[in-house]
Every structure is written in structure tokens, then in C-alpha cells.
Write a protein that binds this ligand. Structure first.
Ligand code: ADP
Length: 272
């Protein structure tokens, strides 16, 4: 079979250049990320996969400005990231911990907009539209703990898109929900991405998910991490769980990414 290894075709909105992260502590240091370089173009949906412990979360936290890099840099829209950038929203795996339980769904979605000093009428419009987009308009007055895990994660997604980010980072956002909910949430992300034209960087350890969602899959080596390969996902833009996943090309791509991840687990590095 053939696969294409690619870099971003358009100028990058997000540029990760020679990123390195070493955790230092109590006489011990862990080199989590050795040398990562890749770009994400404006409007692209890129997935990052790699074995557990490959440094995916570390990478995302550096990109989000939540963790200081030990070397290299992250550049967003021409500016080096030194703290959480204004034009970025992040959806984490632990939806339970990322929503405030004492606030209603509506208040959770509205909060970052208040912090951004968005005027009241505009806040109302954005919160209404984003809750509508994730199918939660009718539970706006509920509290997160009254909702299922999948619904809570949809609140987190609504909060992120209401913020109108230039770029949306997602760190294994569906790892804690059941398979059916996960499939629904994957479709929600793709439809929002297509409709809103936002740039999405999606981290997952699920190979099928990365191929189903992405236009490009960046496969990481095992720790200390480098990019093992970038795989172009040349599947039709119009995707659905049944048709897309039964395409022969889907099977080829998932096998290819699977093999790469297996190699990464065995310590394979580019050129070795
Ligand atoms: P992934 O998300 O791919 O599972 P992580 O980014 O969580 O990988 O971790 C990458 C490596 O860095 C692992 O070896 C992990 O043990 C180590 N690591 C992560 N966080 C810390 C930390 N705060 N202190 C020390 N080591 C860490």
C-alpha cells in the first residue's frame, strides 16, 4: 500500500520548532520530549498519536503555554508562546474536573467570555449558539453533575467553541466516555470543524480515531520523543462512522499507523 508523508502544505498557523522538554525534580530528570518539529496550517485538523508515555500530553501543555519548554519554541500566528495564548482553547480528558460544579451549564460556557470582556449581548449569542451546536440548548440551566459524562464533555466543547478560538487543542477528550458516545462526539468535532473552519490539534492514543478524524496524523516515537512520520489521510472530507470506517483505504491507513505505533513502542526512531 502507499501512504504519503507530508508536511503542512499551507503556511503554518502553529509552528512547533525543535521542542524539547525535560522534567527536573529531586535529583532525577526525565527527558519526555527530545526534538519535535511540525506545523499545523490554518483550518487544518491534525491528530497526534503515539504510545502511552510518548509525551503527547507534555507536547500539548507546551503548545498551550501551560508548561515551559526546555528547548525549541512554539509559535502561534507568528508569536512565540510564553503563556496561555488568547486565541486558544483547550478541551481536556477530565471533563469532570474542567467544569465548575457549582455553576450551571450556561455559566460554565459564559465564564471565559466574561474574562475576555465580551459584552453581555454578544456573550448571550455565543453561549446560545454553541450550546445549540452541541445539542445542549435545553439543559443550559442544569449543573454539570446532573449530566452524563458525554454531555459534560459536550459542555466543555461548547465552552471552547463559544470562545471563538483560532485554534482548539484537544487532549484525549473522549478517553473516558463509552464507545457510542465517543463516536457521536467524534462526529460532533468533525462537523463543528467543517462548519466553523477552526484549526484543531487533537491528541489521542486511539489509532482508529486519529484516522477517522484527521486530515493528517502525526505519529510520535516512544519517549524521548521525536516525530516518527506524518501520514496524510486521503479519505473523503464527508465522513460517517459506518461508510468511512468500512472503506478499504481506511483499513490501509489504520494498518499503516498501527504498524508505526507498534514500531514506536519497540523503540524505533526515524532513520533507524
Ligand atoms: P503521554 O501523554 O503520551 O502518555 P506524557 O506527556 O504524559 O505522555 O509523559 C511523557 C513522559 O514524561 C513519561 O515518561 C512521563 O512519565 C513523564 N512525565 C510526565 N509528566 C511528568 C512530570 N510532571 N514529572 C516527571 N515526569 C513526567
Amino acid at each position: 500500500m502507499t501512504t504519503t508523508s507530508v508536511g503542512a502544505a499551507r503556511p503554518a498557523m502553529l509552528d512547533v520548532r525543535g521542542l524539547k522538554k525535560v522534567y527536573e525534580g529531586r535529583g532525577r530528570s526525565v527527558e519526555a520530549v527530545r526534538d519535535l518539529t511540525f506545523g499545523v496550517a490554518s483550518g487544518e485538523l491534525v491528530c497526534i498519536v503515539g504510545p502511552s508515555g510518548a509525551g503527547k500530553t507534555t507536547l500539548l501543555r507546551c503548545v498551550a503555554g501551560l508548561l515551559e519548554a526546555s528547548g525549541g519554541e512554539v509559535v502561534l500566528d507568528g508569536e512565540t508562546v510564553t503563556g496561555p495564548p488568547r486565541g486558544m482553547a483547550v478541551v481536556f480528558q477530565e471533563y469532570g474536573r474542567s467544569l465548575f460544579p457549582w455553576m450551571t451549564v450556561w455559566q460554565n460556557v459564559e465564564l471565559p467570555l466574561k474574562e475576555k470582556k465580551v459584552p453581555r449581548a454578544e456573550r448571550r449569542r455565543l453561549a446560545e449558539e454553541s450550546l445549540e451546536a452541541v445539542g445542549l440548548a435545553d439543559v443550559a440551566k442544569a449543573h454539570p453533575w446532573q449530566l452524563s459524562g458525554g454531555m459534560q464533555q459536550r459542555v466543555a466543547i461548547a465552552r471552547a467553541i463559544a470562545y471563538e478560538p483560532q485554534i482548539l487543542l484537544m487532549d484525549e477528550p473522549f478517553a473516558a466516555v463509552d464507545a457510542q458516545t465517543r463516536a457521536d462526539l467524534e462526529d460532533l468535532v468533525r462537523s463543528l470543524w467543517r462548519r466553523l473552519g477552526i484549526t484543531v490539534l487533537f491528541v489521542t492514543h486511539d489509532i482508529d480515531e486519529s484516522v477517522y478524524l484527521g486530515q493528517r496524523v502525526i505519529v510520535l516515537s516512544g519517549s524521548p520523543t521525536v516525530v516518527l512520520e506524518e501520514v496524510a489521510v486521503d479519505l473523503p472530507g464527508e465522513r460517517d462512522q459506518l461508510t468511512t470506517r468500512s472503506l478499504p483505504r481506511f483499513a490501509e491507513l489504520r494498518s499503516h499507523v498501527y504498524e508505526l505505533v507498534q514500531r514506536a513502542k519497540r523503540g524505533h526512531r526515524p532513520g533507524s
